[in-house]
Design a protein around this ligand. Structure first.
Ligand SMILES: C[S@@+](CC[C@H](N)C(=O)[O-])C[C@H]1O[C@@H](n2cnc3c(N)ncnc32)[C@H](O)[C@@H]1O
Length: 428
């Protein structure tokens, strides 16, 4: 029988780890141990991250010196405020559980602080635009998107309401599954899941992708057997656009952890691939995934220093802000600021320029990101094309992809309810 106080204590512990830089994805498995209610704990932790700026604002209405409180208590108060604002649990129960959790956290002298503060009705107040120094400051609290992100998104998508953006990010959490082994046809997998009472929704843009309705991927038998894997349908666009043909020499420039490489080999098994990854830890995990595949040459290398060789197809999936994934990874929006983005932009341009130098005449190069910021997407491609006039975008049409411009594909959470992703197809 899961223990509620232990569950909340675990959420507090992991919240503090994420605050110190741990990735949500990496810590979540710890909530599936011992007598913790894993589903509840994940819901609470995700909810706190999703609404972090709003919860901090509400906490500040009651606790004027919130930042002076011990970190464990701050985390527990945010958890309780999240419940007060978003759950059906009666308020007196939330307060008494909070007090018991404060004891469990070995802060018995602070039970009164939790008890008195959490009873205040201001904790459920709605933010009012006139109380903020700017409209962006107000929207940051309402959406829990940091101001610099809101400013960039509004600049890039002026016709989309920020509330619609946030609703899109939340909808983008829907997990997508792809068939990875050919043992069963899609019809067989569909029939199997239907018989097990799990409804699968097919992606409108890509018939190979399905999403379980009202079930988690772990509840799908094909996922347990390894016949389907979780892979966002938006992330598939880059490889679909590249569309390698039999016999192609392919370069995967930024290969780890290998999701797109795996997809590429399924799409076109008759290729030889050089997979390059700079980071040693990520390179090792790539090696484990692709062990003993004779079609692949794995290289732990810096793309910027790669020797001249020519490839028919190049996949350049650059490091980026990840702004397309703020829904699935709510911790990522607090991890970086505009300074980090400014540092990424010249690196992305340098990687594109280097990759382009390795493309054979008539070859195909896909530049891709999981970002929505135009500075990382359309603008990078435009700068590159100005500097390298022998390249051009290939405006080919595949109905299954959401084309945003000739040669460019873009998924946005508010339009497609998937992660955000961009891919551009170039040729020389
Ligand atoms: C967005 S991730 C790639 C994801 C991968 N394509 C997939 O689908 O699983 C970007 C990767 O580029 C790697 N990287 C960054 N700079 C690099 C460089 N100069 N040369 C090679 N790899 C680099 C990063 O370590 C990171 O693993």
């Amino acid at each position: 029988m899961p223990d509620l106080i232990k569950t909340k204590t675990a959420v507090v512990r992991l919240w503090l780890r994420v605050e110190q830089g741990a990735f949500l994805d990496k810590v979540l498995p710890e909530l599936r141990r011992g007598d913790i209610n894993g589903d509840l704990a994940e819901y609470l932790l995700r909810g706190m991250l999703d609404h972090k700026l709003e919860l901090l604002w509400a906490a500040g209405l009651v606790y004027t010196r919130f930042n002076d409180l011990p970190p464990r208590l701050r985390a527990l108060l945010l958890l309780s405020i999240f419940q007060l604002r978003y759950s059906q649990v009666p308020a007196p129960l939330i307060v008494s559980e909070a007090v018991n959790t404060v004891r469990e956290l070995k802060l018995p002298h602070l039970t009164g602080v939790a008890n008195a503060g959490l009873r205040k009705s201001q904790l459920r107040a709605e933010p009012n635009a006139t109380d903020f120094v700017s409209r962006t400051a107000f929207l940051a609290v309402v959406t829990s998107l940091p101001e610099w992100i809101l400013e960039l998104l509004q600049q890039d998508y002026p016709t989309i309401d920020p509330l619609e953006m946030v609703a899109g990010y939340r909808a983008s959490r829907r997990p997508w599954l792809r068939r990875v082994r050919q043992r069963y046809t899609l019809q067989q997998l569909e029939a199997e899941t239907t018989a097990a009472g799990v409804e699968l929704m097919q992606a409108p843009w890509n018939g190979l992708y399905y999403s379980p309705v009202n079930h988690t991927p772990a509840q799908v038998a094909a996922v347990k057997r390894g016949d389907m894997i979780v892979h966002d349908v938006s992330a598939a666009a880059a490889v679909e656009l590249l569309a390698p043909t039999a016999g192609d020499r392919v370069l995967d420039c930024c290969a780890a952890p290998g999701g797109k490489l795996r997809q590429l080999l399924e799409l076109q098994p008759q290729v030889s691939v050089t997979a390059v990854e700079k980071d040693s830890g990520r390179f090792r995990s790539l090696g484990r995934l692709l062990l003993n595949d004779e079609r692949i040459e794995l290289r732990q290398d810096d793309l910027l220093e790669l020797q001249e060789e020519k490839y028919d197809c190049i996949l350049l999936d650059v490091p980026c802000s990840g702004s397309g994934n703020y829904g699935k990874k709510p911790d990522s929006r607090y991890r970086h600021g505009s300074k980090e983005l400014a540092e990424l932009l010249p690196l992305q341009q340098a990687l594109l320029s280097r990759a382009a130098g390795l493309l054979a005449v008539g070859g195909r190069l896909v530049y891709s990101t999981c970002s929505l910021f135009k500075a990382e997407n359309e603008q990078q491609v435009a700068v590159f094309l100005r500097e390298q006039p022998e390249f051009r975008l290939v405006g080919q049409k595949q109905d299954s992809l959401p084309w945003s411009a000739p040669g460019q594909v873009k998924f946005t959470p508010w339009e497609h309810h998937t992660g955000g992703a961009f891919a551009a197809l170039l040729t020389r």
